[in-house]
Design a protein around this ligand. Structure first.
Ligand code: GRF
Length: 217
């Protein structure tokens, strides 16, 4: 049976695009939902025949009513997995609890370093030599849920925010489709509050797969 995937975006949607283009066997991209009517990624989804919807946060008085409307739009598609792909809204604890174990996010840093915004500038400022991206389960605490996969990239001496962001984004486009693939194959499990990726055979023992940039210097 296909698994229904609902992807939430706020803007460009390049991670959503990477997931769609991966054409993951067993994954049905049921809908792409944006909180902004001008989210550029909606065009791509429409052109690919994917159902789209906008739940404009500006039309709601507070987070609770927005999240309730958003959940209603999502649940129309009976999702097995809800994927936050550059979705720039803080979600209520109630919303997060409703999707426990089936709500994931991608964050452009090696968590727990640099939660929140402006991660690339902060990485440069702090002088770290490795930076990257993390896919994690969403919990009520921002950017704090169990980490499923990370990809690391080197920080080069001549990097600026743009060059570093581009290097990280290339890895995001690799690890996010990979994560969705693991979900579709029932390979992601939560054990004692930690995410494990099983080998798909024993189902018992698992491991997370560290990735590093293939062409590191
Ligand atoms: C990505 O860097 C993602 O990690 C962060 O926001 C950005 C969204 O980019 N949460 P896109 O909309 O997927 O192109």
């Amino acid at each position: 049976m296909n698994k229904n995937i609902v992807i939430l975006i706020s803007g460009r949607g390049s991670n959503m695009e990477a997931i769609v283009r991966s054409a993951i066997p067993g994954a049905h991209i049921a809908a792409v939902i944006a909180n902004r009517p001008d989210a550029a990624g909606l065009d791509f989804a429409n052109r690919h025949g994917i159902a789209t919807a906008v739940v404009d946060h500006k039309a709601y008085a507070n987070r609770e009513t927005f999240d309730a409307a958003l959940a209603e739009a999502i649940d129309t598609h009976a999702p097995h997995l809800v994927v936050l792909a550059g979705f720039m809204r803080v979600l209520t604890a109630r919303f997060v609890a409703h999707y426990t174990g089936r709500l994931i996010n991608i964050h452009p840093s090696l968590l727990p370093a640099f939660p929140g915004l402006h991660t690339h500038a902060r990485a440069l400022e702090s002088g770290v030599k490795l930076h990257g991206a993390s896919v994690h389960f969403v919990t009520a605490d921002l950017d704090c849920g169990p980490i499923i996969i990370q990809a690391a990239v080197p920080v080069r001496d001549d990097d600026d925010e743009q060059s570093l962001a581009a290097r990280v984004l290339a890895q995001e486009h690799r690890i996010y489709p990979q994560t969705v693939r693991w979900f579709v194959d029932d390979r992601v499990v939560l054990v004692d509050g930690r995410a494990r990726v099983t080998n798909g055979q024993s189902g018992a023992e698992g491991w997370t797969v560290p990735l590093t940039e293939a062409d590191s210097p």
